[in-house]
Structures are given as C-alpha cells and as structure tokens.
Write a protein that binds this ligand. Structure first.
Ligand code: FAD
Length: 424
C-alpha cells in the first residue's frame, strides 16, 4: 500500500485546513508532540511550563475527537519530529509527506532531514500572503511600514479550503495502536477537561462572539491598550499560535463584517495587527536562525549563551517572579505567571524594563516568555523581543515605565488587582 503521511502539527483544525484535502489515495493523519519543545531547556530555562504542555495535549485530543467523528484516525506520536516521522514512514511504507510550510529554522531543519528519504510537499496553511512574497523574499523590507505599504494594496487572502469527503484515511481503530506514548503523557499530565481557549471549537466561538455577536471589534482601536479584561482585544492569539484557528478565516470574517455591518478604524486596526503577525513570520523565513543570535539580524552572528553576572541573575529571577519592586512591571509579570497571558502593552513594558533598565540579554526575556505564554509563537515572540532590544526590525524601544503606568493604569486599578499590597 503506498500511503501518504499528513502531518498536522501546525494545523490543529478541521476548518480551512488545506492539508486535509492535499492528496488522494490512502493516507494517515499524524501529529508529533515535539519533546524538545516541551521538555527541553534553553539558556538553562525549561522551554515550556506545565500549563503550556497541558494546553497542547488538550488541543491535540480535541482534534483527535473531531477527526474521529468523521471516521478519520489520528496517529499521535511523542518525540523528535523527524525521527518519529521517519520511523512511522518505515512502518507504514510511506513515501510521501504532506505538511504545513514551517516558520522557525528548527522546523525547517526537521523537514530538510525528512526530505532525504521522503517526497515532501509543503503547503502554505497559516499565512495571509500565500506564496506571493516567496520569490522575492530576499528583497522583503526589514521594517514593518514599507512592508505593509508594499503588500497591503495587493493583498488577496485566499478563500478557506473546503473539505472534500474522502474515504481514504486510516480509521480510528487502525491508528490507535500508535497512540500509547501520547495517551501515557495525557494521563501523566492531567489535562484540562476542555482545551480552554485553544481548541478549534472555542476559537470559532470566540470569533463569532468578538466580531459578530458582541461587535467588540468596533471599539478595538480604543480598547486594545488595556491591561486586563475579556474583550479589550480579540484573544485570537492562542488559537492562531496553535494552528487551531485559521488566520485567513479570521481575516475574512473581519472583511465580511466590514461589508455587512460596519467598517471603521477599529475593524481596520485588527487587520493591521494581523499584518504584524504576517510580517514577523516572513522575517523569520528570511533570516532563519539568525533570529537566535545575540544581535539577531544585526551585527555578526553570535550564538553563545547569554551571560549574567551574579547581580543580574538575581534581578532576572526577580523579574520572572514579578518581584522587581516596580509595581507596573510586577503586576504584568504576575498576570503572565498566573494566566499564561499578558496584554500587548504589558509585554512591551516588561520587555523594555528587562532590556533597558536591567540591561539583560534580550534572549533570556524571550526564553522566559516562550516558557510561559499560552499564545507562544516563535516569530511573534522572538521578533517582538528583538524589536524592543533594537536587534531586529527597529532601533531600540525604551519605555518610560512610570509614564506608561500613569497613562494606561491611571487609577492604579490594574496594579491593585494584581498586587493588592502595593498601593495600600
Ligand atoms: C515582547 C513581546 C512578545 C510577544 N510574544 C508573542 C507571542 O509569543 N505570540 C503572539 O501571538 N504574540 C506575541 N506578541 C504580540 C502581541 O502582544 C500579542 O499577539 C497580543 O497581545 C495577543 O493578544 P490578542 O490576540 O488579544 O491580540 P489583538 O490585539 O487582538 O491582535 C490580533 C492579532 O494580531 C496579531 N498581533 C497583534 N499584535 C502583534 C504584534 N505586536 N506582533 C505580532 N502579531 C501581533 C496576533 O496574532 C493577535 O492575535 C508579543 C509582543 C511583545 C511586545
């Protein structure tokens, strides 16, 4: 049997998933939970905390149920992506692999390894621009505004992929024997009963709620700088980062809303922010692993470990815990530690504080965010950190923390909520 493997690691969804109708003939749906990304360490820090691992397991389990309801089995493996796929391909005598085009350099490395033994087809599944930038990637502007001005007028977001009914998938009963390692992991790490805001079902419900039902989108530009709450921003980042929400679908829902209900500065601004996401993704494809160098895309490549003096190590740990003594910073860090999320305004401030007030290597801040953020996305995280450090797509950005606190938390309500003792 000449079977194809369809790797769903970056598209944990049924809607608008081009991989689900990428090939005809017998095929097996596969996900590999990459052990290094969840159990590895970088710069001495764990790469993911328990909450992130639990979310990942729960969202994979949710997709498995969705597929099972359509009589499609899902093979869930745990380990190194390239090794797991190679072994599985050997067992199933598969020669073809279909997967989403990656963004981060280590994902490219895995795909390149697999290309030595398999015919690999990569599909663009999670971007707005599709393939339009690919031929001229080397010429892509390194600043957001010229990128936006160049691309926005030409942007034609493709229609979401439709799922053709197809009987050629391995069935749930056929894939179950491969799932023991994942089942063990699920049992060991007591997952949430639901996948929180990360699952496809929650993401689609959120899209409806935020755009259509409550129309919070109409005030997005005025509320997006708030620090806490449920509707000041879209909260699309978690499912977008997991691939359980399609960015193209999100974009098209906004456009439909603009056409059918109302277009204003706020509806435009949500698309503007989605273009920031797009910008960093293509920047990552352009500069690959340079993003992990000390000077990122500027200066000589230097992949040596960040160095900290004893005093800096202490300051870094206090920053992580939300114990710097600067209430606005501490409140934001505690929110991150408690919920796995932080507003964009908060992220900019805590990053600026770590880099420019404490003078600590930006990569350590990025690594701590990677460990904690439930919306961790390689390009958006490392790209934004480098941006504030001045090593990426901007000169350095330093925020005046007390001015920011006054402007965005004038009554101290946010600090009070997070640090009840700070203002008493
Ligand atoms: C230091 C730092 C680290 C960050 N790390 C991440 C990360 O790991 N993952 C992540 O998704 N975002 C990251 N961001 C960007 C931004 O803070 C989050 O996307 C946003 O707060 C998520 O909330 P939301 O979905 O409600 O955003 P909204 O304000 O509703 O924006 C809508 C969408 O636009 C995109 N977006 C918004 N702002 C940015 C931005 N500055 N850069 C790239 N995309 C953006 C996101 O996909 C977001 O979901 C980071 C920003 C900073 C300053």
């Amino acid at each position: 049997m000449n079977i194809s493997l369809v790797l769903l690691n970056d598209t944990l969804r049924w809607h608008d998933n081009p991989l689900l109708n990428a090939c005809e003939g017998p095929k097996a749906a596969v996900i590999v939970l990459n052990k290094a990304a969840f159990f590895g360490r970088q710069y001495g820090l764990p790469r993911a905390n328990l909450q992130r691992l639990q979310q990942q397991i729960a969202v994979i389990a949710a997709l498995k149920n969705t597929l099972a309801a359509k009589h499609i089995g899902l093979i869930t493996l745990v380990g190194d992506t390239a090794s797991c796929i190679s072994t599985l391909a050997g067992e199933l005598k598969a020669e073809q692999l279909y997967c989403a085009e990656p963004v981060a350099s280590y994902e490219y490395a895995a795909i390149n390894r697999l290309k030595q033994t398999l015919n690999v087809t990569q599909l663009d599944c999670n971007s707005l621009l599709g393939d339009s930038l690919r031929p001229n990637l080397a010429m892509m502007p390194d600043s957001f505004t010229p990128f936006r001005k160049q691309r926005e007028p030409l942007l034609q977001v493709s229609e979401p992929a439709m799922q053709a009914p197809d009987q050629n998938w391995l069935l749930p009963a056929q894939t179950e024997p491969y799932n023991s390692a994942f089942m063990q992991l699920s049992q060991q790490y007591h997952t949430y009963s639901t996948a929180g805001i990360g699952s496809e079902a929650s993401a689609l419900a959120r899209l409806q709620h935020y755009i259509w039902q409550q129309q919070h989108i109409l005030h997005y530009k005025q509320t997006r700088n708030q620090l806490m709450g449920e509707n000041y921003a879209s909260f699309f980042s978690v499912p977008l980062s997991l691939g359980s929400l399609s960015v193209r679908c999100s974009w098209q829902q906004i456009v439909s809303f603009e056409q059918q209900v109302q277009a204003n500065d706020s509806t435009y601004w949500l698309k503007f922010e989605l273009l920031w996401r797009e910008f960093f993704r293509w920047q990552f494809r352009k500069y690959a692993n340079l993003w992990f160098s000390k000077g990122a895309i500027k200066g000589q490549p230097d992949f040596s470990q960040p160095q900290l003096s004893k005093a800096q190590l202490k300051q870094f740990n206090l920053w992580c815990q939300g114990n710097t003594g600067e209430p606005f910073i501490d409140a934001n860090m505690r929110l991150l530690n408690q919920t796995g999320l932080m507003s964009n305004r908060g992220r900019q401030n805590v990053a600026s504080y770590l880099l420019h007030n404490l003078d600590i290597d930006w990569r350590l801040g990025a690594a701590y965010f990677e460990q904690r953020l439930l919306d961790y996305d390689c390009a958006s995280n490392w790209g934004n950190w480098a941006y504030i450090a001045g090593t990426g797509n901007s000169t350095q950005r330093q925020f005046n923390i007390s001015k920011q606190a006054q402007m965005y938390d004038p009554q101290g309500a946010f600090v009070k909520a997070m640090l009840p003792s700070a203002l008493s």
